[in-house]
Design a protein around this ligand. Structure first.
Ligand code: C2E
Ligand code: CA
Ligand code: CA
Ligand code: CA
Length: 274
């Protein structure tokens, strides 16, 4: 009836308002968090499966909102992305990650690299190459020790533009990794046209390796595809020894996941390294 239709409309309208209000509140809180310097990085070790040694770490952002309130990125990254705040937050992440990795190098740990997640709007901003070049100069981190993690959807949004940006970034001497690999729907042929170094198999395939034969086959195929294209492969989300054994038998290059270590604060990862 007409009555129902109107109710429906009102309901729709108020939930949209509610959503908009929540987003605005989140935006305000994120701005405050930036001012108060409440964003911190945790570091998850990545190990070389051949040597068993740590090869580097992925920097993962957390929002330390009060002493006992650690907020994970899934709760705020999307709003940060939609409001453009990710640009400022992302700059802070790249700088902090490079400063920390340089500390390792200064201690003689010059084999260690640091991986940083780059969101789509960060990647598509005009001066990303310049920003990263400046941070590398400023911090003194050798470019080979920095790896940028981009998702398939970030580079496939406009492949032609992405190709140019990736080429410029690569010319700085850093590494490029395709994150969450296998979850996108893009054709594999683009891999040949992009200057990338690493594929990171999405954790959804790794976590269900044991229970789901298809996932094991996908992981296996990704590893062999990567190697045939001269790329390295990282498996993320490795949670147990069986998964580790499987990946080892398939000659996966690197492993990352709770089985090796959870993401750790800067102090904790340095204890872990010792
Ligand atoms: P991601 O880049 O795919 O990162 C991997 C996520 O899996 C991390 O969640 C990590 O803590 C979690 N993880 C690692 N090992 C395991 C495991 O063995 N099992 C399970 N179940 N999970 C594991 P986290 O830290 O909550 O980050 C979530 C996402 O937020 C990241 O996914 C990334 O897309 C985004 N993110 C994190 N930090 C940043 C950042 O600095 N900038 C941007 N733009 N995005 C970030
Ligand atoms: Ca990542
Ligand atoms: Ca990932
Ligand atoms: Ca992800």
């Amino acid at each position: 009836s007409k009555e129902q239709g109107r109710n429906c409309y009102l309901q729709f309208d108020s939930s949209m308002l509610e959503h908009a209000r929540e987003r605005m509140e989140m935006e305000i809180m994120l701005r405050e968090a930036l001012e108060r310097k409440e964003f911190v990085l945790h570091y998850q070790p990545k190990i070389n499966m051949l040597t068993g040694k740590m090869s580097g770490a992925e920097a993962l952002i957390r929002w330390q909102k009060g002493e006992n309130n650690l907020i994970y990125p899934n709760a705020f990254i999307q709003v940060a992305e939609e409001t453009g705040l990710i640009v400022q937050i992302g700059e802070l992440v790249i700088r902090e990650a490079c400063i920390r990795c340089k500390e390792w190098h200064d201690q003689g740990l010059t084999d260690l690299s640091i991986s940083v997640n780059i969101s789509a709007s960060q990647f598509h901003k005009q001066d990303i190459e310049e920003l990263i070049a400046n941070i590398l100069l400023e911090t003194g981190l050798p470019p080979y020790a920095l790896e940028l993690e981009l998702t398939e959807s970030t580079v496939m949004k406009s492949p032609e533009e992405a190709r140019v940006v990736l080429k410029n970034l690569k010319s700085l001497g850093l590494k490029i990794s395709i994150d969450d690999f296998g979850t996108g729907f893009s054709s594999l042929s683009y891999l040949r046209h992009f200057p990338i170094d690493t594929l990171k198999i999405d954790k959804s395939f790794i976590m269900n390796l044991d229970s789901d034969h298809a996932n094991a086959m996908i992981a296996k195929a990704v590893i062999s595809l990567a190697h045939s294209l001269n790329l390295k492969v990282v498996a993320e989300g490795v949670e147990n020894n069986e998964q580790m054994q499987f990946l080892d038998s398939e000659q996966c290059d690197y492993a990352q996941g709770y089985y090796v270590s959870r993401p750790l604060s800067w102090d904790k990862i340095n204890e872990w390294i010792k």
